[in-house]
Design a protein around this ligand. Structure first.
Ligand code: ADP
Ligand code: ADP
Ligand code: ZN
Length: 219
């Protein structure tokens, strides 16, 4: 089973993807995580992505697509992918979505569901301002809604929890505007293809997870 998880920044894509990984043993592909790893390791992708990400802009399509293609090429045939994958944060533009279709044909797989986490903008700001991310494993927490057992420390790996560089008030607003301009049109795109499934993202984490399980269990 291969799934796309869509939604604005802070909608809960990463949080829900982790739940789906647990239940269905899927591989999570987060382009945001891939970029952050590339930045840390100072690879060619990292050097360019750093600039765009820090301001809240999307990384240019050519570059993002190339990274995803390369990643799939190297990993798709590994054991971790045998039950399928969850795309978290890709595609984010129509160009990327069209290219994903080509990639599907090239690697001979199909997308089984496009899940869109639907959520009002004021909730996003509260979520993003309280988000803390593990610098080692990338797991995300929230200081109020999902605090770690020990303040500032990752429950899973003991890493330090930090606010991301693109989580300043200005960058958050740019990211939401970027979403509205460039990513929101994908909702119509997938709706027209008959693949879109909306889930109310403005519920407790467990309720959202349950709604997604109910959908995927029927696939
Ligand atoms: P969030 O889940 O909060 O939206 P991500 O971790 O998915 O954030 O992404 C962080 C940043 O990485 C984005 O703001 C963007 O700059 C860049 N990025 C991630 N995925 C893509 C993509 N598919 N296309 C272009 N840029 C991307
Ligand atoms: P995304 O990957 O879509 O940007 P995250 O999964 O990182 O979103 O969630 C953003 C923030 O909101 C995190 O701090 C997370 O702990 C918190 N969060 C996620 N889902 C919920 C929810 N249903 N209710 C309250 N807080 C949530
Ligand atoms: Zn961690």
């Amino acid at each position: 089973m291969n799934i796309i998880l869509m939604g604005p920044p802070g909608a809960g894509k990463g949080t829900q993807a982790a739940k789906l990984v647990e239940k269905y043993n899927l591989k999570q592909i987060s382009t945001g995580d891939l970029f952050r790893k590339a930045i840390k390791e100072e690879t060619k992708y990292g050097v360019i992505a750093k600039y765009f990400i820090s301001f809240g802009y999307l990384v240019p399509d050519d570059f993002t697509i190339q990274m995803v293609e390369e990643y799939l090429h190297e990993n798709i045939h590994t054991e971790e992918f045998k039950n399928g994958f969850i795309l978290d944060g890709f595609p984010r533009t129509i160009v990327q979505a069209k290219k994903l279709q080509d990639i599907c044909d090239m690697f001979d797989f199909k997308i089984d569901a496009v899940i869109n986490l639907d959520i009002p903008e004021d909730v996003l700001i509260k979520r993003l301002s309280g988000r803390r991310t593990c610098e080692d494993c990338g797991k995300s927490y929230h200081i109020v809604y999902n605090p770690p057992k020990v303040e500032g420390v990752c429950d899973v790996c003991g890493g330090q929890l930090l606010q991301r560089a693109d989580e300043s008030e200005e960058a958050v607003q740019v990211r939401i505007d970027t979403y509205n301009k460039q990513t929101k049109p994908l909702i119509d795109y997938y709706q027209m293809k008959g693949e879109l499934i909306n889930v109310n993202g403005d519920q407790t984490m467990d309720q959202v997870t349950q709604d997604i399980y109910d959908i995927l269990d029927k696939i």
